[in-house]
Design a protein around this ligand. Structure first.
Ligand code: PLP
Ligand code: COI
Length: 354
């Protein structure tokens, strides 16, 4: 592992006191590492958070050859800081790299570099309830070239943002629009990679749904527009007849780390989760028959987000009287309890920072 160089900022920023929102503030330092064909990944460093220099011809700006991740550092009650499943994020990032023809990196070294960055920025980890330090690793292609081919140079960066809940409504249920016109991805595409283009492709549907006061869209499969995939920034779960179901990983949705954790927590509660194809008609029928007990999304930013209603073709399905359901609440308490160190981590998911 190449040693990390630390260039300290001489002008430290004032930390935001309250009303963090999500992803608006950035810490004093960031991590940067470069890639070239001759040297591979090299020159890891922590340097002041600042604009970067990029050629206007840089390939990432034209063809979106980039990948990113999202994870969080949590403040424990004893003042310490810990991470949740960070190696899973770096492993998934390498899987995204493979799909986007970006050179893979050593996940163990990336974790060490992240730990060092967090130790430098530990005072930025907020301690207000429901807040954390959101961590955004990403890789961009930097060759100045406008032909279409994989770049031969890249930048791997990590920036940090003290954040509160992703949805302004916090743990209050969100209303979701089931998208029938646009699709997010198809099997064989890049839907299961965490790459910018997936999010660019989602913006029109999201902004049209936003005009109708829906915070996110629920995507259906790209071929039949019949099977449930995921929500803009989270995976989705349904509770019907006391059973928990979630769409299987079939190649077009993001394999969420929170999704996997929720499945394992449910198992520890003695609740089986079935990962399978779920049609929107099945959900509609369950709702009509009064069997749709709870719907919730899962994600690093979104944590456990109860869904209060689904709009499918103008038909509004209200869920659980628009209140958080008992399983959603229990999962939220358990997951955030483990993440913040309030509950013993019997799964060995947390990694101490300091
Ligand atoms: N699906 C999409 C499209 C996402 O952007 C995210 C967030 O990262 C998720 C699902 C949830 O994934 P995770 O639980 O790993 O954050
Ligand atoms: C996350 O949950 O980490 C995400 O990346 C979601 C989002 C902000 C795109």
């Amino acid at each position: 592992m190449e040693p990390l160089k630390l260039i300290r900022s001489t002008q430290l920023k004032e930390k935001p006191a309250d009303n963090l929102g999500f992803g608006k503030y950035f810490t004093d330092h960031m991590f940067v590492m470069d890639y070239s064909t001759e040297k591979g990944w090299h020159s890891p460093r922590i340097e002041p958070f600042a604009p970067i220099e990029l050629s206007p011809a840089a390939m990432c700006l034209h063809y979106g050859q980039e990948v990113f991740e999202g994870l969080k550092a949590y403040r424990r009650d004893d003042g310490g800081v810990q991470l949740f499943r960070p190696l899973d994020n770096f492993k998934r990032m390498n899987i995204s790299c493979r799909r986007l023809v970006i050179p893979e990196f050593d996940t163990g070294s990336a974790l060490e570099y992240l730990l060092e960055l967090l130790r430098t920025e530990k005072d930025w980890v907020p301690s207000q309830p429901d807040s954390s330090l959101y961590i955004r690793p990403f890789i961009i292609s930097t060759d100045p070239y406008v032909g279409v081919r994989p770049s031969s140079s890249y930048k791997f960066m990590i920036i940090l943002s003290p954040s509160g809940p992703y949805y302004p409504s916090g743990l209050n249920p969100v209303d979701i629009y089931v998208e029938r016109q646009y699709v997010r991805s198809v099997r064989g595409g890049v839907g299961e990679a965490k790459t910018a283009g997936n999010y660019a492709a989602s913006l029109l549907a999201q902004s049209e749904a936003g005009k109708l006061n829906y915070s996110q869209v629920l995507w259906l499969d790209g071929i039949e527009r019949k099977y449930i995939e995921e929500v803009g920034a989270m995976n989705i779960f349904f509770v019907t007849d006391g059973k928990v179901i979630t769409p299987e990983l079939q190649g077009s949705i993001l394999p969420g780390i929170t999704r996997r954790s929720v499945i394992d927590i449910c198992k520890s509660f003695g609740i089986e989760v079935s990962e399978r194809r779920i049609s929107i008609d099945e959900v509609t029928a369950a709702h009509e028959e009064g069997r749709l007990e709870e719907v919730f999304g899962t994600g690093t930013a979104a944590v456990i987000s109860p869904v209060g209603s689904l709009n499918y073709g103008g038909k509004i399905m209200e869920i659980g009287g628009k209140h958080i359901g008992p399983l959603s609440q229990r999962l939220y308490d358990t997951l955030t309890g483990i993440q913040c160190g309030k509950i013993p981590d019997s799964f060995s998911w947390t990694v101490p920072v300091c």
